[in-house]
Design a protein around this ligand. Sequence first.
Ligand code: FAD
Length: 544
Amino acid sequence: MLRLTDLALPLDHTPADLEQAVCERLGIAPGDLERLTVARRGNDARRKAAIKLVYSFDVIVRDEAEVLARFADDPHVRPTPDTSYKFVTRAPDGYEGPRPVVIGAGPCGLLAALVLAQMGFKPIIIERGKAVRERTKDTWGLWRRSVLDPESNVQFGEGGAGTFSDGKLYSRIKDQRHLGRKVLTEFVKAGAPDDILTEAHPHIGTFRLVTMVMSMRETIEKLGGEYRFQTRVEDFEVEEGEDGTRRLAGLHLSTGEYLPASHVIMAVGHSARDTFHVLRDRGVHIEAKPFAIGVRIEHPQSWIDKARYGPNAGNDILGAAAYSLSHKCSNGRTVYSFCMCPGGRVVAATSEEGRVVTNGMSQYSRAEFNANSGLVVDIDPERDYPGDPLAGIAFQRKFEELAFKAGGSNYKAPGQKLGDFLEDKPSAEFGEVTPSYQPGVHLTDLKQCLPDFVIESIREALPVFGRQVPGYDHPDVVMTGVETRTSSPVRITRGRDFQSLNTRGLYPAGEGAGYAGGILSAAVDGIRVAEALALELVPGFDKL
Ligand code: FAD
């Protein structure tokens, strides 16, 4: 099979046009084209009046060797790569060795557990939050009734932080082994739409994510895996050998149980602040890491569609438009858009009482009225929270508390209109843009809950972004705060064997450990770590 890449066609092309374009590009007669499947589809919207769909195809032709020879120097005509997943090892029949434990049922823990189960290792999955259906009710509880359950919310519970999200599934990680493809294939088996395998910027949306997570749980359980919900890992038992080597021996659980465990994947996400403190107290190597802080910004989706797609705005094939912006400020900081959710809503994303955190989500249809994204400024430990490896957590908490107060101390988010923000005055009433955040937005002055350098940087960036996306800096645009959970404030450093630098048997993984940012990269990291752990238990047939 051949992979033909980078073939552009007009938006309104027909299926017959596809075949014709492929035959013309390959210089073959229509009768020589035996099969054509779309491998990938994106769009090129640089010329708004003539937006093109850009395809990669997998093609079976009558004489493949002849075509390949003719295109030997053309990087866009190549044999189709083998993207199938190959297990690195398997548990032998009747395996009676240690049972791997996975802490956290987010995308990282879920894929780690799935791959371990598929290899025959029957993992135990420990999750502090509730199973996803019950968790959904609790999450809605904060949005609709201002009642937060600190153990069952947007951050904690089956499915992890990405469950109530836009479900964007792309990432810039290097992925030579096509592990991202394994993740997407498993998602499709669990009920995700097929198009995530071909779209250049796939997304799933919240409702589907909920059912997918349940379906993946069923698969893991059928393979002998075991889930324990509403069970928090509270402490780690670490033993020190005579040679000074530290090794994980077991886990103390919130149920009062002690679980002996020698091989543990720790995929706790970036909001497990209590767990980070325990790890530090147990001497596990942990260091501060950069992240970003800022606000959520909301525009009517129609403004973004018009700015991005011009006369093609609203075309169903293109869907709701997204953007990605970045500006290097004169103060040395970078302001950038983060986790953009077309046609979605801003959500309350705190996991701790007395704090306000914003984030965004959408459904598969992306049909809600507003577009939103984080508008954040980079921060780093040396400059902004030096000294303690956990100082980034204190930094986040400080501004989340200030946001809670500025919003009225009732989980409403503090908000400000963009025009007022630029003029340095508090907002009093909404204009053309109605914000979507529930339980509500309290108009005020965002200066109260963000560091000065963040305010200064965002003020500089807004007009620049307005020139790139007309309407972006309209005075009625609403910004809410604060966006603090952009990525983990710590790294639980691991060695080449994927184990903690100083605690054997502990495999830090995913976003919380500082090795991923987003659903796809966290899931891919889960697979990598599961493979490393499995190879430690049963030497395999392949090198990682
Ligand atoms: P998490 O998903 O955070 O999972 C960690 C799990 O560990 C949680 O379920 C938690 O309850 C559990 N846990 C924590 N501590 C303990 C403990 N001590 N004992 C037992 N269990 C514990 N990313 C995208 O790529 N696309 C998006 O569209 C997107 N939108 C998002 C929208 C929102 C509202 C949020 C909050 C995040 C979004 N993200 C998105 C980010 C994405 O969700 C995360 O990057 C991803 O979930 C990280 O996966 P993870 O498995 O490493 O950690």
